[in-house]
Design a binder for this molecule. Structure first.
Ligand SMILES: [Zn+2]
Length: 341
């Protein structure tokens, strides 16, 4: 395990900007947790993948150590799932050490997985739901990832199971147009309507990391009572503020997308697009690496919290967004499925 790189400067950010302003508890609803054993022995993450930095895995103990290092004195609860790589063994990836008090978990799901295979993964591991992903849907359909459609993420039988059991799903919408894509818009609403018993958490605010992608595009989704948004990797104040104004606040939850969030960098809007300015030489989507070390970066995790703190929310509103909304959803679901914990 490689020791986290929390620098003296990072510690100063916590002291000067976060201490006393963050709530005493945080719920991180979007964390990738997995051991390298879920992959075939010959599997190696790509050299510039952020997982390479952490030895090709992101173990729960390591993640909790990072929470303690980055947020000393704050109690952090989380919802975790493995990295949605088609090469991961989905049964092994579902063996997450959840307790449904501090740690909740989800199984990866491809549209070809039968309910007979999936339901024991959920029940035996005491999980609260699923993490589908565009590349798992694309692999099943035998098409390139950019052509995957949301309507192909789940089979009808899977949706029946999710609906009947009342499971949660963290959904990373596909297609280059993201939240602004009309087909995505339609299929997001259809998914929520088709499966009213499920709760659908659209990750990264529907991947709308810049203003033009979000403005005008939350209207229909906001009407779906089982649609939620997580803020994972969004550090754009304008996007966050717009979301809070145009989507029911009690259905917006914080997520970090760790371990990517442990890296030093910041997402910035550039000419109606966005780029990850990277302080470390890893490739995460549209990354621009500061090889000359022109500026000093904070971890993405801190940039996300910073943006939330700069929204001018009062104490209760901050606590709801960073903890209460998600904790209530996950606790309620786990209790219904598995009883008191
Ligand atoms: Zn993620």
């Amino acid at each position: 395990m490689i020791y986290p790189n929390v620098s003296t400067e990072d510690r100063a950010i916590f002291r000067e900007e976060f201490l006393g302003r963050l709530p005493g508890q945080i719920f991180d609803s979007h964390v990738h947790v997995f051991k390298k054993e879920i992959f075939p022995p010959e599997y190696r993450p790509p050299e510039k993948s952020c997982y390479a930095k952490f030895g090709g895995e992101h173990r729960l103990e390591f993640c909790r150590q990072m929470y303690r290092d980055l947020l000393p004195g704050i109690e952090v609860k989380c919802n975790c799932f493995a990295t949605p790589d088609p090469q991961a063994d989905r049964a092994a990836a579902a063996a997450l050490a959840v307790d449904n008090r501090n740690v909740f978990g989800m199984a990866l799901l491809g549209p070809d997985d039968s309910v007979a295979e999936l339901s024991p993964l959920i029940e035996q591991n005491r999980l609260v739901g699923f993490k589908p992903y565009p590349n798992l849907a694309a692999a099943a359909a035998g098409k390139p990832i950019r052509e995957a459609q949301l309507a192909e993420f789940f089979s009808p039988a899977q949706l029946e199971y999710i609906d009947a059991a009342g499971l949660l799903c963290v959904v990373h919408i596909p297609r280059p147009g993201r939240l602004a894509d009309p087909l995505n818009q339609r299929q997001m609403v259809e998914l929520c309507e088709k499966c009213p018993g499920g709760q659908f958490i659209f990750a990264h605010i529907g991947r709308a990391y810049y203003m033009q992608n979000i403005v005008g595009n939350l209207k229909d989704l906001a009407q779906c009572p089982n649609a939620w948004l997580d803020t994972a990797m969004v550090n754009h104040q304008g996007v966050l503020a717009y979301t809070l104004e145009h989507f029911p606040r009690q259905r917006i939850i914080f997520g970090s997308d760790a371990p990517i969030a442990w890296l030093h960098g910041k997402s910035v809007e550039v000419n109606h697009q966005y780029a990850y300015l990277m302080g470390e030489d890893f490739r995460i989507g549209s990354a621009i690496y500061d090889s000359e070390q022109v500026v000093r970066f904070a971890p993405f995790f801190y940039e996300q919290l910073r943006a939330i703190l700069q929204l001018g929310l009062n104490r209760t509103e901050r606590q709801n967004l960073l903890y209460q909304n998600a904790f209530e959803l996950f606790q309620r679901t786990a209790r219904r499925l598995y009883g008191e914990n």
